[in-house]
Design a protein around this ligand. Structure first.
Ligand code: HEC
Ligand code: HEC
Ligand code: HEC
Length: 442
């Protein structure tokens, strides 16, 4: 589920006066008669479908709280520290959707975050990334949206309070943080890298979750891909600060992004799951390779992999810790009883579908958030690798159980300092989750 960008809605009015108002004010673009679906070629609509998947439009434009809404009809609730923002109806309904939007109005929204009527839009809508798309790609998405079934649907009102509800302030935010226009080709890099950069920075906006944000809710330019909290999970760093013991190489990235799991790391669960299964899975394999190629340069994997055989050997040994011989440590017993049957790996490499915890981000991040999420929720068949799942321990583990299991795993399956306040943190993660049915194993 893609919610995030909590803080991103705060636009701080950085400037006053007439000049600023002139900058902030945009005219309405005249409504047009809804273009007939026959005015778009089937090939263009298909290209648009793939691009809309790659930009997760339906993820954020379909209501999920309460009763599930119609795809793309909007009203998806994004919780922010300032209140809730609801997404717009982007089906071609003439009254409540974008049916009367011209291509020019749609392009202005994608590039500048301005609605057809001239209203400033909040960057909860990731136009700061979509702005980098080419004209052709934006036109193709438009063709796809305008050929959907129109749905009459009015979204709920935002509950963002004063002063953050003043939309004009968004103009100040944009002045500082919007780098408008298509991404420039970097001639010092090869074509695959440039394609990967285009997708990662633009359409598929990886950094929207993986880069920390400043107080104004914009991605920190000084810390690209340094990892960030998102929807009560942590999106791990994707640069050289990624803490997992084995380096993310192009090949590992590709497997993870294409199949939902990387053998030497783990699974795409939680908010990362729809990125893989709803988004990248619709894109051509070459595009996923391009993103992997681009990321491998961001984390400099080519210069860092030499220690990997050592790290794998160490992890395989850690994986079997306390599992043979008499178990005296009660925490080791807890692990052996609840988890080891599916997670212990005798090596020399972890088995597919059996993520090794000593290699997984859940144990290596600064906070135990992802570990608690995974244990409490379990992992459904729509997440990670589709052929396997993990049961939820929501009902069988207390917060104290979670705390001692986490402390034990951190101490025996990593080389990092212990986590603190574990029981409290377990309770905090639990509070964010809906109570699963008893005996649910997803
Ligand atoms: C991370 C969530 C998110 C994603 C992903 C997303 N949107 Fe949105 N979008 C929003 C929100 C929230 C708004 C409403 C912003 C506001 O009210 O200021 C919005 C507004 C819009 C608008 C303006 C509609 C209007 O009536 O003013 C358009 C057009 C739009 N989105 C198109 C898209 C397209 C096309 C995609 C996929 C390529 C997409 N969005 C992906 C969250 C998202
Ligand atoms: C909606 C937020 C969101 C978006 C967008 C997103 N990610 Fe993620 N990503 C996450 C979260 C949360 C995790 C942790 C998931 C887990 O551990 O199962 C994650 C995990 C990952 C990991 C594994 C890191 C590790 O050390 O285990 C990789 C690689 C990754 N994402 C790449 C990408 C790429 C590439 C994109 C863009 C195509 C992307 N992500 C877009 C939220 C996001
Ligand atoms: C019945 C088998 C089973 C049991 C029992 C089980 N798991 Fe899992 N676990 C899995 C599978 C399978 C996956 C990978 C799921 C996927 O890729 O779809 C997984 C994934 C994980 C991940 C990686 C998630 C990610 O995002 O990369 C962690 C961490 C984890 N399990 C921890 C635990 C802990 C801790 C326990 C004990 C409390 C446990 N598991 C018990 C089967 C199990």
């Amino acid at each position: 589920m893609i919610k995030r960008i909590a803080a991103a809605i705060v636009g701080i009015g950085v400037a006053g006066g007439v000049g600023f108002l002139a900058y902030a004010w945009y005219p309405a673009i005249a409504p047009v008669a809804p273009p007939p679906p026959s005015s778009f070629s089937a090939a263009q609509v298909e290209r648009g479908r793939v691009l809309a998947a790659g930009g997760y439009c339906a993820e954020c434009h379909t209501r999920t709280d309460g009763k599930r809404g119609v795809e793309l009809a909007g009203d998806y609730k994004m919780d922010t520290p300032f209140g809730a923002i609801f997404s717009s109806n982007i089906t071609p309904d003439p009254e409540t959707g974008i049916g009367r939007w011209s291509e020019a109005a749609f392009k202005r929204a994608m590039r500048k975050g301005i609605s057809r009527d001239g209203t400033q839009l909040f960057p909860a809508f990731p136009f700061d990334h979509f702005t980098h798309m080419t004209d052709q790609d934006i036109d193709d998405v438009y063709a796809f949206l305008m050929t959907r079934e129109p749905v009459h649907s009015v979204k709920r009102d935002n509950t963002v309070g004063f002063p953050f509800n003043i939309r004009l302030e968004q103009a100040g935010w944009k002045l500082l943080f919007l780098h408008e226009g298509p991404l420039k080709n970097d001639p010092s890099q090869d074509a695959e890298w440039n394609r990967g950069a285009y997708l990662a920075e633009g359409l598929s906006h990886c950094s929207a979750c993986h880069t920390p944000r400043n107080l104004m809710g914009a991605e920190k330019a000084s810390a690209p891909y340094d990892g960030a909290p998102v929807d009560n999970w942590i999106a791990p760093p994707l640069n050289e600060h990624n803490p997992t013991p084995v380096v993310w190489t192009e090949d590992e990235y590709f497997k993870y992004l294409r199949f939902g799991s990387a053998p030497l790391h783990g699974s795409a669960a939680g908010p990362m799951s729809p990125v893989v299964h709803g988004g990248l899975s619709e894109m051509p394999e070459s595009d996923v390779h391009a993103i992997a190629h681009y990321l491998a340069q961001i984390d400099h994997s080519a210069t860092r992999v030499s220690q990997d055989p050592k790290a794998i050997a160490w992890a395989m040994q850690a994986s079997m810790k306390d599992l043979v011989g008499p178990q005296v440590n009660p925490n080791a017993k807890l692990y052996a009883g609840a988890c080891a049957a599916c997670h212990a790996n005798a090596g020399p490499q972890p088995v597919e579908g059996r993520p090794d915890l000593a290699l997984n981000n859940a144990l290596w991040l600064d906070e135990p958030t992802n570990l608690f999420q995974v244990i409490l929720r379990g992992i459904g068949t729509t997440e990670g690798i589709s052929t396997v799942s993990m049961p939820s321990f929501y009902h069988s583990f207390s917060d104290a159980d979670l705390a001692r299991l986490a402390a034990y795993l951190r101490a025996t399956r990593t080389t990092l300092p212990p986590w603190t306040d574990l029981e409290k943190k377990a309770g905090e993660v639990r509070k964010t989750l809906p109570v699963p049915p008893v005996a649910s194993s997803h």
